[in-house]
Design a protein around this ligand. Structure first.
Ligand code: SF4
Length: 289
């Protein structure tokens, strides 16, 4: 399954973080998106994830985008690496395999995009190196605040160099929306943790390759990203353990918050949560740490 969904959204990104209580074997699923929501406002996090008031999310996937990802996976994954570069025909061959369900217009467009990719990102290098992983899954494990956590995530491609690991994320959206590096710090931190444990190497960068435009956005990963992720997870873990209140954190984001009518920070007498709100789980009460 390609991870053409953006790194930013992360299931898209699909980083999933699962904490299992040692004694009860109960689990609590987290994601980078959830951690970001928690850091922005614990009260809003509570409404969305603890009480199930979250809105549905729709991912911007297209058949062309999926086929492009699959073709690149085949391109890197099935090459024999006995010469410095594949022939251009190898890219055409991969595209022919993966574009059979597309319209002729899409197939032609995809071929142009991949040939440009070939020129820009393959031929421009001294040699094409075998990636460490393609459309892979990374997992990590650690203990924190008396809880066991496993982290897992997906990536399009993972490259290894003498300087560390580089994550590659292919983007197939028509419009390029460069990410604010400050907005992906948690995701980078989670990947940093998992890759460090799995490979014993540091994550050097996340590289977003925009297939339709040929642009590349490189975001450097640092140990600070790792520390930020640990700190945020730690605060959430502590909240889950202690049954503390989910403090509102008012700010500019309140103007677009869909839970404002329930929020005690904005309304002295907030509306009660709707009937369909989930009952609170017993996670906090059943902890045995
Ligand atoms: S209105 Fe503001 S403070 Fe209240 S839950 Fe929403 S984001 Fe948080």
């Amino acid at each position: 399954m390609a991870t053409f969904c953006s790194f930013y959204y992360f299931c898209e990104l699909l980083i999933a973080l699962e904490s299992a209580l040692i004694s009860t074997k109960m689990s609590y699923h987290l994601s980078a998106a959830k951690l970001k929501a928690y850091r922005r406002c614990p009260q809003a996090y509570y409404f969305q994830y603890e009480r199930g008031l979250g809105a549905a999310r729709y991912y911007n996937t297209t058949a062309l985008g999926l086929a492009l990802h699959q073709a690149l996976a085949q391109f890197y994954g099935n090459w024999h690496y006995q010469t410095t570069h594949p022939d251009r025909e190898w890219m055409d061959h991969c595209w022919a395999n993966q574009s059979v369900d597309l319209s002729s217009t899409q197939a032609a467009e995809g071929q142009v995009l991949l040939q440009r990719y070939f020129d820009r990102f393959v031929l421009s290098q001294p040699a094409m190196r075998r990636p460490l992983g393609i459309e892979g899954r990374i997992q990590g494990y650690f203990q924190f605040e008396g809880l066991e956590f496993t982290l897992s995530g997906r990536y399009d491609r993972l490259d290894l160099s003498d300087h560390g690991l580089d994550l590659i994320d292919y983007k197939s959206a028509r419009t390029v929306k460069l990410l604010d590096p400050n907005q992906v710090d948690l995701q980078l931190g989670l990947y940093y943790l998992a890759l460090e444990q799995r490979y014993g190497r540091v994550l050097r960068s996340l590289n977003l390759i925009y297939l339709r435009t040929g642009e590349v956005q490189r975001i450097a990963a640092t140990p600070e990203h790792r520390q930020q992720a640990i700190a945020t997870i730690g605060r959430l873990a502590q909240r889950l353990r202690t049954d503390a209140t989910w403090d509102p954190q008012p700010g500019d984001h309140c103007s677009s918050c869909t839970y404002a009518q329930y929020c005690p920070a904005l309304h002295p007498s907030p509306e009660p949560l709707p009937q369909e709100a989930q009952k609170l789980g017993s996670l906090q009460l059943s902890l045995d740490l």
